[in-house]
Ligand binder design. Structure first.
Ligand code: ARG
Length: 585
């Protein structure tokens, strides 16, 4: 809001001077000197071969009169801008009156976000944590900024794990009812699945025959043969119920609960399109599409006979059909894009929030879709690859025995640790509250890192009620709520009197511009930081000012409004980050 206004003033002055160009303004990198700065005189002077310092002075001379800002030229050619007292008052009240605290909408694109990715029949684990955290926040950010967003959980429910799980259950005698008519119809439970899949998965690595049979079994499910497909549907139901519970605890909400299996009806069509365009070929019985571009897949000459062929910048072909005709991960992703474009349509972007290690998979899928025109040329397909969650040793977060930690265990750990924290603060234990705080700690700890980077999952640090943490932000809002409840007053015009209050206004303006940064970078770390900075500016103000006992009615009314403004700006940001604010803590 303010930055744009200053840019407009400067740009008008530039125009007046007969120079073709726009001004750009940023927050000051030297806050003790000024609030905003512009380096445009450097850029424009170069273009028109003028002296930059003179040009900066000419621009400032040509400015239209304003009561809200002062402009000053500093050598070599910076334009330093400060908000005046009037400016602070004016903008604070504008922010206060605005329904969105001054945050403007940016785009009206239609976007599909794919960010769940839990797998049916397998227990969710630590690797499934970041997608719902980041995806939910990006979804809310895009919506808040005006986009039409559809979220799809895209369950992994059409792969080898189904065949493995069923085959194992069969061998353990759990499926006798279906195959030999003996006994009762089994009631599938989560425990059964949690046992069967890991057992089968370990076995497939050692037992070639078992793996082949699991492949066959998978194909039978994919061909919807009886009773394989019936059993699969039951297993899926048990699994999805559990997955829903976990996503709910994490506060991830999906518009669509589709899985890979829902794209099955589009697999044939997609393969036909690809084949009719001459893009696919058969290799060892499998159907593949070459996707490598120049500079990729360059063979490195063999040194010896034993050495296997190696490639520089490897980009293997996308495999769309297995030797036995079965569909693979890439096949269902391609078919899903065809489904989305046929059934939803008008999508400007499809974005995937998936582990960065799946980069090649998405490169393959996107290239096939573009070559086959399954995705229109002007549609953006984006993989937002996230980094790995690491333990304190900097290595991927694992159990002592080296297994992936189950999501359920992580959630229980969050609740337990947050509960202990509450107890030590003298608050009565409440599971819901502990979950709210634990999840907030984890989310803020996650989102305050750049999405693409690995980070250390340090729960004790994340759970602190002080510093850059989720609980600190929750606590700040609770504190404001409690003051406003005690005050029971409407508030009045905001009059910015002290530096502490100026800092609050500046930090709200910074927070507001960080939405755009988050949107452009597809990462929420800046927004997290700006939210924290506002909370800490508030704390400073609160420590230095008596609010409830303020004698001047006018001043007190201004404080109350300022508090309401801070609360709104904070809750607005926390809502985007999908961090809940408890009633009290
Ligand atoms: N199920 C996959 C996994 O666990 C993630 C799915 C991501 N989404 C997608 N459209 N491929 O790795």
């Amino acid at each position: 809001m303010v930055r744009k206004q200053i840019e407009k003033l400067l740009s008008d002055a530039i125009k007046k001077l007969g120079i073709d160009g726009q001004a750009s303004v940023s927050f000051s990198s030297l806050p003790e000197l000024c609030d905003y700065q512009s380096n445009s005189a450097f850029v424009l002077a170069k273009q028109s071969s003028q002296n930059p310092y003179e040009l900066a002075n000419n621009i400032v001379q040509a400015l239209e009169k304003t009561e809200f800002f002062t402009f000053e030229v500093a050598r070599p050619a910076f334009i330093n801008i400060k908000l005046t007292q009037k400016g602070y008052n004016h903008f604070a009240n504008l922010l206060f009156q605005d329904e969105r605290c001054g945050v403007k909408k940016l785009s009206n694109q239609k976007v599909l976000l794919d960010y769940g990715g839990a797998n049916v029949a397998k227990a969710l684990h630590v690797g499934h944590l970041r997608a719902p955290i980041i995806g939910e926040a990006l979804k809310r950010l895009y919506k808040f900024l005006g986009e039409n967003v559809i979220s799809d959980v895209h369950l992994g429910d059409w792969g080898l794990q189904m065949g493995l799980t069923e085959l194992q259950l069969f061998e353990d005698g759990e499926l006798d009812y279906y195959f030999s008519g003996k006994g009762k119809e089994p009631a599938f439970t989560l425990e059964m699945l949690n046992q069967a899949y890991p057992k089968a998965s370990a076995r497939k690595n050692q037992d070639e025959d078992f793996k082949k049979r699991a492949d066959e079994w998978t194909l039978k499910i994919q061909n919807k043969e009886k009773p394989y497909f019936e059993i699969y549907k039951k297993i899926r139901e048990v699994s999805v119920k559990e997955i829903k519970k976990h996503y709910e605890e994490l506060g991830a909400e999906f518009d669509l609960w589709f899985g890979e299996s829902d794209a099955d009806q589009y697999i044939g069509k997609a393969l036909d399109i690809i084949e009719s365009k001459g893009l696919s070929r058969v290799s060892d019985g499998a159907v593949v599409v070459d996707v490598a571009v120049e500079g990729e897949n360059v063979p490195i000459p063999k040194k010896s006979e034993e050495e296997v062929q190696r490639y520089k910048n490897p980009m293997p072909p996308a495999i769309l059909k297995k030797y036995n005709g079965g569909a693979l991960y890439a096949t269902t992703d391609i078919a899903t894009i065809l489904m989305r474009n046929s059934e939803i349509g008008g999508l400007d972007r499809i974005e995937y929030i998936v582990d960065a290690r799946q980069k090649n998979h998405f490169v393959q899928v996107f290239r096939v879709c573009k070559m086959a025109q399954i995705s229109p040329a002007d549609q953006k397909l984006v993989h937002i690859g996230f980094g790995t969650m690491c333990g304190n040793d900097g290595k991927p977060f694992k159990t002592r025995s080296g297994d992936n930690i189950k999501l359920e265990d992580i959630i229980n750990m969050l609740i337990e640790k947050a509960g202990q924290k509450l107890k030590s603060n003298g608050v009565e234990y409440d599971r819901h509250l502990a979950l709210q705080i634990g999840v907030a700690a984890m989310k803020f700890g996650d989102l305050s890192n750049n999405v693409g980077k690995d980070y250390v999952f340090d729960l004790d640090k994340f759970l602190s009620f002080e510093g850059k943490t989720g609980p600190y932000l929750q606590y700040t809002v609770c504190r404001i709520n409690s003051i406003l409840n005690k005050a029971q007053e409407d508030g009045g015009e905001i009059i910015i009197a002290s530096d502490d209050e100026k800092e609050i206004v500046k930090n709200i303006l910074k927070l507001n511009s960080s939405y755009e940064v988050a949107y452009k970078e597809k990462s929420l770390n800046n927004l997290c930081l700006a939210t924290f900075d506002l909370a800490s500016a508030f704390s400073t103000f609160y420590n230095n000012h008596k609010i409830l006992t303020e004698k001047s009615d006018k001043k007190k009314a201004s404080y109350i409004s300022l508090l309401k403004l801070v609360r709104k700006a904070l809750t607005q940001a926390l809502a985007v980050l999908a961090i809940e604010v408890p009633e009290k803590m």
